[in-house]
Design a protein around this ligand. Structure first.
Ligand code: SF4
Length: 230
C-alpha cells in the first residue's frame, strides 16, 4: 500500500525543506552515511512540528532552539535540563564546559557523541541559566518524549534532577534516585548527577562513573579508561 501524505505531513516536510534551505543545505546526504533518511525522518518531523516555537516564554531570550543531536538509532541517550549560554549560541546541546566533560564521559564508555543521542527537557535557554519553570517544562516535554519514542533507546541517562524527576514523574531527590535503573516503557532510565554539578564537585565524578558502569554493563560496553579524565 502506498503511504498517505496528509496535508499536515506535507506542511511539516515543506517547513523542514525551507529550514534546510535557510541553513544552506543544497543536497541530500548520500545514502551510504549511517544516518539514513528513514532513520532521521521521524526526528525531522518532530523538529518541523516544533518550528519557530513560541509556545512558552523561553523563546523570548533564545538565540537558537536546541533540538538535540546524535544517532537517530542510538541505544543510549543522554537527557539534560536545558541549553546554557554556549549551547544557545551554537544550537547544540552540551558543548560548553559541562558538555566537554560529558563528551569525555561518553568517550570513556568507549563511544563517541555521534553514537549516542543528546537532548534536553527544554529546548530554549532559561535566562541567566535559571532553572526552567514547571510550566515551561510541561510545555516543552512532549517534544522530548516524541524524540525518545522515535529513537527508542535501550537506556536514557538522566543528567541531573530536572531530567530525572521530569521523566520519572517524581519529586524524589537526585541523591536518592541516582545509581538505580528505572523503567520507562521498554527503556531503562539511569539518573545521575549533571556534569555542571561535577565541575563544582569533582569528588562526585566517581559516583557518576559507577552509575555509567552499570549502564555499560547493561549495554555490553567496555570502558576505555578506569575513570573519565578531569
Ligand atoms: S522551550 Fe520548548 S516550548 Fe518553550 S519556546 Fe522553546 S521549544 Fe517552545
Amino acid at each position: 500500500m502506498l503511504p498517505v501524505i496528509t496535508p499536515s505531513i506535507k506542511s511539516s516536510l515543506q517547513q523542514h525543506v525551507n529550514r534546510a534551505l535557510e541553513e544552506g543545505i543544497r543536497e541530500i546526504p548520500k545514502p551510504d552515511t549511517h544516518l539514513t533518511v528513514a532513520a532521521t525522518a521521524p526526528l525531522q518531523m518532530i523538529r518541523a512540528e516544533i518550528g519557530d516555537c513560541t509556545r512558552c516564554r523561553l523563546h523570548k531570550g533564545r538565540t537558537h532552539l536546541v533540538f538535540g543531536v546524535g544517532n537517530p538509532n542510538a541505544a543510549l541517550m543522554f537527557v539534560g535540563e536545558g541549553p546554557g549560554a554556549d549551547e544557545d549560541l551554537q544550537g547544540e546541546p552540551f558543548v560548553g564546559r559541562a558538555g566537554q566533560l560529558l563528551t569525555r564521559m561518553i568517550e570513556a564508555m568507549g563511544l563517541t557523541r555521534s553514537d549516542v543521542y543528546i537532548a534536553n527537557c527544554v529546548k530554549c535557554r532559561p535566562p541567566g541559566n535559571r532553572n526552567p519553570e514547571p510550566d515551561e517544562i510541561a510545555t516543552c516535554i512532549p517534544f522530548l518524549k516524541k524524540q525518545i519514542e522515535a529513537i527508542n533507546p535501550r537506556v536514557i541517562v538522566c543528567l541531573g534532577k530536572f531530567a530525572a524527576q521530569t521523566l520519572l514523574q517524581t519529586e524524589i531527590p537526585i541523591t536518592k534516585l541516582r545509581g538505580d535503573f528505572f523503567d520507562y516503557g521498554c527503556t531503562k532510565i539511569m539518573p545521575t548527577y549533571h556534569p555542571a554539578f561535577l565541575l563544582r564537585n569533582p569528588n562526585m565524578k566517581r559516583a557518576v562513573w559507577e552509575d555509567l558502569k552499570k549502564v555499560m554493563s547493561y549495554l555490553g560496553l567496555t570502558p576505555t579508561s578506569p575513570t573519565p579524565s578531569a
